[in-house]
Design a protein around this ligand. Structure first.
Ligand SMILES: Nc1nc2c(c(=O)[nH]1)N[C@H]1C(S)=C(S)[C@@H](COP(=O)(O)O)O[C@H]1N2
Ligand SMILES: [Mo]
Length: 280
């Protein structure tokens, strides 16, 4: 007879507990039924195997072991893994939403592990009241949820010199679509009070290169989002945990991940002002 081992939620094999005893008793009853059925019908005793795994045993569910849908990257595409691309398997996805674990991923200087407990978003520059927001502060503000795609401007670039692959994943997989939840950037800008000379918002990431992009104030006030959730759960580290900027419909590189500083100014580009946590 096949035996089943039920690990505890912390992964260790458990001592028999009440639910296991119950399951064992049910298994035994099913096995007895299967045996008596086999006697009556001449069928193999398979009922115990049909019981499968116990429900609720995995704290976070995973795809069926029969499903092998994967992001893929190309070793030769970038010199080192500190800059890289994982392509979404767009050929294998159904519907409009990309599952979080399969969202394409582009980073230029590593994927940092930002601690949400010490996370701070500084909003300053041409404003009346510079402010620092914690993650809790952002989550207490009115939220919006909307479906948006993100596409890297380099999507399709591998075919600019002609066809290289017969796989859509590599030629077009820098495109994904999620339901994003966060705060409107305009909500933060209203809170700090942008001055009349404000024309641009510089967004700075918390990755090693402190990647920055400038976006015009009109876009910032229109539909730009400061996102902390994706498809109902916190952002994945690859997508900018704990907070990213999202500029709907604009090229992916403007949607700065691991966002930590917004500087309002009259020009685009870096001014030399620093986030207080920056020592270099
Ligand atoms: N801080 C930071 N933000 C970033 C990047 C980065 O390397 N660092 N890459 C950008 C680029 S080029 C793209 S296409 C998108 C990709 O978003 P995704 O990795 O969540 O798919 O993130 C953008 N935001
Ligand atoms: Mo990109």
């Amino acid at each position: 007879m096949r035996t089943m081992d039920f690990p505890d939620h912390d992964g260790r094999a458990s001592e028999p507990n009440a639910s296991r005893r119950t399951l064992d008793r049910r298994t035994a009853l099913l096995q007895m039924a299967a045996v008596s059925g086999a006697v009556g019908l001449g069928a193999p005793a398979t009922a115990a195997a049909d019981l499968g795994r116990g429900a609720g045993m995995a704290g976070y569910g995973r795809p069926s072991s029969f499903v092998q849908i994967q992001r893929r990257s190309l070793d030769w595409l970038t010199a080192t893994r500190e800059s890289g691309i994982s392509f979404a398997p767009i050929h294998a996805l159904k519907g409009a939403i990309t599952p979080n674990g399969l969202h394409f991923e582009r980073h230029h200087s590593g994927v940092p592990d930002v601690d949400p407990a010490t996370f701070q978003l500084l909003v300053h520059g041409a404003v009346d009241r510079p402010l620092v927001f914690t993650l809790g502060d952002l989550m207490r503000l009115p939220s919006v949820t909307a479906i948006h795609f993100i596409e890297c401007a380099g999507n399709g670039g591998l075919e600019w010199r002609g066809p290289q692959f017969n796989a859509a994943q590599f030629t077009r997989g820098m495109l994904s679509c999620s339901e994003w939840t966060g705060v409107r950037l305009s909500t933060l800008l209203d809170a700090v009070g942008v001055r009349d000379d404000a024309k641009w918002v510089l967004a700075e990431g918390g990755d090693a290169s402190r990647m920055t992009r400038s976006i015009p104030i009109d876009k910032a006030m229109d539909d730009a989002l400061i996102c902390y959730a994706q498809n109902g759960e916190p952002l994945r580290a690859e997508q900018g945990f704990p907070v990213r900027l999202l500029n709907p419909g604009w090229e992916g590189s403007t949607s700065i991940k691991w966002l930590r500083r917004l500087e309002i100014g009259d020009q685009p580009g870096i001014t030399g002002k620093r986030h207080p946590n920056t020592r270099i």
